[in-house]
Design a protein around this ligand. Structure first.
Ligand SMILES: Cc1cc2nc3c(=O)[nH]c(=O)nc-3n(C[C@H](O)[C@H](O)[C@H](O)COP(=O)(O)OP(=O)(O)OC[C@H]3O[C@@H](n4cnc5c(N)ncnc54)[C@H](O)[C@@H]3O)c2cc1C
Length: 617
C-alpha cells in the first residue's frame, strides 16, 4: 500500500512544470508528484522553449517582464535572468545583456529558469512532499474506484532490439493533463510532407538545422504571417539571407510591435451593450461589433491620451473580456465556431503584439526596397513538387491564382483544436472512454469546470482528473472571454496552475465526508467577517511564499487567527478546522487569480508589493 497520495502530471512543458511547482508549494501533507514527459528534451521547456528548437535569436513573443512563472511576482523572470542565471555558455549579445521588463529575452533560457524554479520548489517543499521525474508517454487512463491507472509507454531508449516499447501502469489518486498543443498536418501539403525542401517543424532540432542550412540566395515561402512566421524569417535575415522570402496567409494579419516601454494595463470601459442583443446574422453582428469597437477605441484615445496609439486595441480587447461571455451567449453555436475560425488570428493580433527585436528586422527588409520579404494574402491551395526539385506553392488570392516557386517551404504551426481529430493515443483513449467531452459551443478543446475538472458527456465531473493549458481554450473563451492566444498562453497557464494545484491539494487533504460536508456548509458567509478577511490575506501570502520557513510561519499565523476568531468558531473538531481552511484557501485562490487587474496591480491589491512597487502608479 502506498503511504502517501500520488498525483501524476502528464506533460512537463510550462503547464505541467508550473503546476508541479504550485503543488510543491501548496501541499502541507505528504504527497508524491510524478511529472511525466514523453520527450526528455522537452522537460521543463515544451515545444516553445526547448533549447534545440530555439536558436539564440528566437525571443519570447511577449516582453521579458511578462514571462514570470508567478503571477503574483511579476519581476521574477527578469530578476532571475539578471542576477541568478548561470550565463556560461550563453551566446552574444545575451551573455552580458541587461534584461528589462519591456525588452526581449531568448526563449531557450526559459528552460534554465523553469529548471531552477522547480529545483527551488522541491527544496522548499514540506517534509515528504516529493517530486518524481519519469520519462514516458501516457497512452491510456482508467478510473477504478477511488484511483486512476495510467498506462505509460516507456521512452525510446528503453525499447527492446525490435524497437518495441514496454508499457507499465502507475496508480494515482489524481491525474493532471498538461499535454500542450496537438499538431495538425496541413491538408494542402500531403504530397510534400517528406520532401527535402519542405520544413514542416521549424521548432524541432531537425527543423532548425535545416533552416540554418538554407543558402543565403534561396527563395523561401513561409506559411503564416504572424509570430512563428516572423521567428523563421527573422532567423534567416539574421544569418544574412538575400533571396526572396514570401510570407503567405489567408488573413494577411501581421504582428503589431509594442512601443518601447510598453506595460500591460487594464482600463475600464462601458459594456458594448448592443452586442448583448439577439444575434440575427453575421453581417449584422459584425457591423455592431465594428461600431462598438470603434467607439471603444475612440474612448480610450480621448480618455487616456497617455496610452500609446499602438496599444489601444490591446487595452480595448482586455477591457472587453468580462463582457464577452454575455456576448457569446447570444451567438448560435455554428456561427460562433465560424467566427472563431475566421477571426481568431486577427483577434490575437489585436490583443498581443511582438517585441521590436523580432519585428524590426522583418520590417526593415520589407521597407529596404530590395524586395527580400514580401507578404502574400491568400489561401494556400496546394504545395506540390516541381520537376526542378523545388516546390510550387499555389495561392488563391482575391482576384487570381498565383504559383510561387520556392527552393524551400517552411510550414509553421498548424494546431488541431478539435479534440475529436487529434491523433494522440491518450486523448483518443480519454474520448473513447467518455472521460472527456469535446467543447460543444466552440469545438475547441474540452468541457471543463471552473476548477479545471474535465466533464463527461453527461456533465458529470471526473473528480480525480484536472486539465491545464490549451485543451481549455473553448472554456476560456466562453467562461472568461479570453480569446486568441490569450486563451492558452503563459498568462492563462499561470492561473490554471494555481487553481488546479489548490483544488488537488484540497481534494487530497479532505476525505470524502469532508468534501460532502463542504458542499453543504461553509463559504456562504465568507468575506463578511473581519477575521475571515484577515485569514484570507495571510493565506494569500502563504500561497505566494516560496520559502518553506515563510510558509510555516504564515501557516502558524493562520492557525492562530482562526483559533482566536470570534465569528469563526474555534475548531471543535479536526474536520471543522479543515473546512474553514478550505473556505479561506478558496477565497485566497480567487484573489490570486483575479484577471481583472494586471499582475502589478494584483500585488498591491493583495498587500504583497515591495516598497518600490507600492509607490508605482
Ligand atoms: C513556438 C511557440 C512559441 C511560443 N512562445 C510563447 C511566448 O513567447 N510567450 C507565451 O506566453 N506563450 C508562448 N507560446 C504559447 C505556448 O503554447 C505556452 O506559453 C506554453 O509553452 C504552453 O505550455 P504547455 O505546457 O501547455 O504545452 P507544451 O509546452 O507543449 O508542453 C506539453 C508537454 O506535454 C508532453 N506530452 C504531451 N502528451 C504527453 C503524453 N501523453 N505523455 C507524456 N507527455 C506528454 C509534450 O511532450 C510536451 O512537452 C508559444 C508557443 C509556441 C508553439
Amino acid at each position: 500500500m502506498r503511504r502517501r497520495p500520488r498525483v501524476i502530471i502528464v506533460g512537463a512543458g510550462l503547464a505541467g512544470t508550473a503546476t508541479a511547482i504550485r503543488l510543491l508549494q501548496f501541499a502541507r501533507e505528504p504527497l508524491e508528484i510524478v511529472l511525466l514527459e514523453r520527450r526528455h528534451d522537452y522537460r521543463y521547456a515544451g515545444v516553445a522553449y526547448h533549447r534545440d528548437g530555439n536558436p539564440w535569436d528566437h525571443v519570447f513573443n511577449i516582453q521579458a517582464g511578462r514571462m514570470s512563472a508567478f503571477r503574483e511576482d511579476v519581476n521574477d523572470f527578469v530578476r532571475w535572468a539578471n542576477h541568478e542565471a548561470d550565463r556560461s555558455g550563453w551566446s552574444a549579445p545575451w551573455s552580458d545583456f541587461t534584461f528589462v521588463e519591456s525588452g526581449p529575452a531568448p526563449r531557450r533560457i526559459y528552460h534554465d529558469y523553469l529548471t531552477d524554479r522547480i529545483a527551488e520548489a522541491r527544496l522548499e517543499a514540506y517534509p515528504d512532499v516529493e517530486l518524481v521525474e519519469i520519462d514516458g508517454e501516457a497512452v491510456s487512463l482508467d478510473i477504478s474506484g477511488d484511483h486512476a491507472e495510467v498506462s505509460i509507454r516507456q521512452s525510446p531508449s528503453d525499447g527492446d532490439a525490435d524497437g518495441v516499447m514496454p508499457t507499465r501502469t502507475l496508480t494515482a489518486d489524481h491525474v493532471i493533463l498538461a499535454t500542450g498543443m496537438e499538431l495538425k498536418e496541413p491538408a494542402f501539403a500531403t504530397e510534400v510532407l517528406d520532401h527535402d525542401a519542405f520544413i514542416r517543424h521549424p521548432y524541432s532540432t531537425d527543423g532548425v538545422r535545416r533552416l540554418l542550412a538554407i543558402p543565403a540566395g534561396a527563395s523561401v515561402v513561409i506559411v503564416g504571417t504572424v509570430l512563428s512566421a516572423y521567428d523563421s524569417v527573422a532567423l534567416l535575415l539574421r544569418q544574412g539571407h538575400t533571396g526572396t522570402v514570401h510570407l503567405v496567409s489567408k488573413s494577411g494579419t501581421r504582428p503589431r510591435t509594442y512601443p518601447e516601454h510598453h506595460e500591460h494595463g487594464v482600463v475600464r470601459l462601458p459594456a458594448p451593450t448592443t452586442l448583448f442583443e439577439p444575434y440575427q446574422d453575421r453581417t449584422e453582428f459584425l457591423a455592431r461589433v465594428q461600431a462598438e469597437w470603434e467607439a471603444a477605441c475612440d474612448a480610450v484615445t480621448t480618455e487616456h491620451p497617455d496610452i500609446d496609439r499602438l496599444i489601444v486595441t490591446e487595452r480595448v480587447a482586455k477591457a472587453w473580456e468580462p463582457y464577452l461571455p454575455r456576448v457569446i451567449e447570444q451567438i448560435p453555436t455554428g456561427e460562433l465556431r465560424q467566427l472563431l475560425q475566421e477571426f481568431s488570428t486577427q483577434i490575437a493580433s489585436l490583443r498581443v503584439g511582438a517585441v521590436l527585436y523580432t519585428t524590426s528586422i522583418v520590417e526593415h527588409a520589407m521597407e529596404s526596397g530590395q524586395g527580400s520579404v514580401e507578404f502574400v494574402v491568400g489561401r494556400i491551395d496546394k504545395v506540390a513538387p516541381a520537376t526542378s526539385g523545388q516546390l510550387d506553392v499555389v495561392v488563391v488570392t482575391e482576384d487570381a491564382t498565383r504559383v510561387i516557386r520556392a527552393d524551400f517551404v517552411v510550414c509553421n504551426f498548424g494546431r488541431e483544436f478539435d479534440y475529436t481529430h487529434v491523433d494522440s493515443p491518450l486523448w483518443m483513449d480519454l474520448l473513447a472512454k467518455k472521460l472527456v467531452t469535446p467543447h460543444e459551443r466552440t469545438g475547441r478543446g474540452i468541457e471543463i469546470s471552473s476548477s479545471g475538472t474535465p466533464l463527461r458527456p453527461s456533465g458529470e465531473p471526473i473528480e480525480m482528473l484536472s486539465a491545464i493549458g490549451v485543451m481549455r481554450e473553448g472554456d476560456e473563451i466562453v467562461r472568461n472571454g479570453r480569446t486568441g492566444a490569450f486563451a492558452f498562453n503563459l498568462a492563462a497557464i499561470k492561473n490554471h496552475s494555481i487553481v488546479v494545484a489548490a483544488h488537488v491539494v484540497e481534494r487530497l487533504e479532505l476525505d470524502r465526508d469532508g468534501r460532502a460536508a463542504l458542499h453543504r456548509s461553509l463559504t456562504a458567509d465568507e468575506a463578511t467577517h473581519d477575521e475571515f478577511e484577515q485569514a484570507v490575506a495571510v493565506e494569500v501570502k502563504r500561497l505566494a511564499a516560496r520559502s518553506r520557513a515563510a510558509r510555516e510561519r504564515l501557516d502558524a499565523q493562520l492557525v492562530g487567527l482562526l483559533r482566536s476568531g470570534r465569528r469563526i468558531p474555534a475548531a471543535t473538531a479536526e474536520q471543522d478546522s479543515r473546512l474553514i481552511r478550505v473556505a479561506v484557501n478558496r477565497a485566497a485562490v480567487r484573489r490570486l487569480t483575479d484577471i481583472s487587474v494586471t499582475p502589478r496591480q494584483l500585488r498591491r491589491q493583495l498587500g504583497i508589493a515591495n516598497d518600490e512597487e507600492a509607490g508605482y502608479s
